[in-house]
Design a protein around this ligand. Structure first.
Ligand code: GDP
Ligand code: IMO
Ligand code: MG
Length: 436
């Protein structure tokens, strides 16, 4: 029963969309297990660029069943727009399935997320403003709406009537307009009518695929360092991007996972607030940001850029039980004379080699770097490890040694085929059927 989890090892935007699309060719099903439309996953095939927020990144292949699992929070308006965009571009969305029990991001969640951020001022998290925190908050408080509720006027009226007075109080306190039960119920029913044909029991869909011996990919959103439990709280998202989240949010058990592939890029980025010890505020950082097009897929905000930091990498490898790694965006480092790699921290004069659990220790950490000579030649067209410049190979080997896990795929450009397969046992040669 082979299931592979794809998980971000950094602060998101590691190239999970590219990785998922690259691996999806060989599998039957791709499942998103957490997050919502805060995610922005880019897939590039030939001249075509697709930016996906909710639909799993396997959707470009006609044979794939694309599942939005129970752990995702769904803004129905975003989902409908994405399905329409894909259809208009000739992509078949008839195999997209949405869990009936996925929670709904309501208009008041979006308004409260933005209102709260405005109220926090300088202390803001820098959320994507998509209502993620308030929607997961209501889910935990057991006052959320689920996708199946969108089909039932009586349930909608009852639930919304109960929660809306509190929401309107908060909206009022933030200087925002109140909402009405009738308008929300009508909006929800319209969403329900449009999405009814996509709703399904996602857990049994995934379990049935695994029981047939089909290969299932579980596509994480965000990254380990934005995890609600493992990230730098409160500068985190409100779900569990780590591999464990694939079980709760994708409808599988831990023993059904036979590979956890971590995705990381050759440097680091972060969108929004929060500690980032290896952040670069100089011309080198600006150059990486420009060459790497480091602008948020969802919000258009510039991403903060820094050197690769092996401290959180070791932590991420441990908490996800990473078994292999895909290294993306190695091409962006071409032309930098000296590449720095964070290998430890200096915290108050003490060398620390473990990612600290204390937020203040991370905030006070000064990175200890190892320097690597760079390489000049562009590497976009390289397709084998042997053809990479020697200094690039040395850098990859150093990352691999620090991770303690094989780097099996190296990406040298955004396009599907700009990928080096290294020490890689393709899924089709492993147990289980590649496709239905
Ligand atoms: P995700 O959220 O993890 O899926 O990542 P994003 O799609 O938000 O950001 C990654 C960006 O880098 C996208 O624009 C990708 O097309 C691009 N990308 C992915 N891999 C590579 C690579 O190896 N080289 C270059 N130059 N771009 C890449
Ligand atoms: P993908 O899947 C990068 C960040 C936000 C903010 C914090 C909380 O494309 O990698 P939220 O809206 O989730 O409440 O914001 O998390 N964030 C991301 N950063 N990539 C993402 O997704 C992100 N999704 C949320 O910038 O710092
Ligand atoms: Mg992204």
């Amino acid at each position: 029963m082979p299931a592979t989890v794809i998980v971000g090892l950094q602060w998101g935007d590691e190239g999970k969309g590219k990785t998922t699309d690259f691996l999806a060719e060989q599998v039957a099903m791709v499942v998103r297990y957490q997050g919502g439309d805060n995610a922005g996953h880019t897939v590039v095939t030939g001249d075509e660029v697709f930016k996906l927020h909710l639909v799993p990144s396997g959707v470009l292949y006609p044979h794939i069943t694309s599942v939005i699992g129970n752990g995702v929070v769904v803004n129905p308006a975003t989902l409908i727009a994405e399905l329409d965009m894909l259809t208009a571009r000739g992509i078949d969305v008839s195999k997209v399935k949405v869990s009936r029990s996925a929670h709904v991001i309501m208009p008041y969640h979006v308004a409260l997320d933005r209102g709260n951020e405005a109220r926090l001022g300088e202390a803001r998290v820098g959320t994507t403003g998509r209502g993620i925190g308030p929607a997961y908050g209501d889910r935990a408080w057991r006052i959320g709406l689920r996708m199946e509720d969108l089909l039932d006027r009586a349930v909608l009226t009852d639930r919304i009537s109960r929660v809306l007075p509190d929401k309107n109080l908060l909206l009022g306190a933030m200087g925002l307009a109140a909402m009405t039960v009738d308008a929300l119920v009508d909006q929800c029913l319209a969403w329900g009518r449009r999405l009814e044909g996509y709703l399904d029991d996602s857990t049994w869909l995934v379990q049935a695929a695994l029981a047939r011996g089909e290969h299932v990919l579980l596509e994480g959103a965000q990254g380990t360092l934005l995890d609600l439990d493992h990230g730098s709280y409160p500068f985190v998202t409100s779900s569990n991007p780590v591999a464990g989240g694939a079980c709760t949010g994708g409808g599988i058990g831990p023993l059904q996972v036979d590979e956890v592939m971590g995705v990381m890029k050759a440097y680091a980025t972060r969108v929004g607030s929060g500690p980032f010890p290896t952040e670069l505020r100089d011309e080198i950082g600006a150059g990486i940001a420009a060459r790497g097009h480091e602008v948020g897929t969802t919000t258009g905000r510039p991403r903060r850029v820094g050197w690769f930091d092996a401290m959180p990498l070791r932590y991420a490898v441990a908490v996800n039980s990473i078994s292999s790694i895909m290294l993306n965006k190695l091409d962006i480092l071409s032309g930098i004379p000296t590449i720095r790699l964070g290998v430890a921290y200096d915290v108050g004069g003490r060398r620390v080699e473990h990612w600290p659990s204390s937020a203040s220790a991370i905030a006070d950490a000064t990175p200890v770097y190892e320097d690597f000579p760079g390489w000049d030649a562009p590497i976009h067209d390289v397709r084998s490890l042997a053809d990479l410049p020697e200094n690039a190979r040395r850098y990859v080997t150093a990352l691999e040694e620090l991770a303690g896990v094989p780097i099996v795929l190296v990406s040298v450009g955004p396009e599907r085929t700009q990928t080096i397969e290294r020490a890689w046992r393709p899924m089709r040669h492993r147990g289980g059927m590649a496709r239905s």
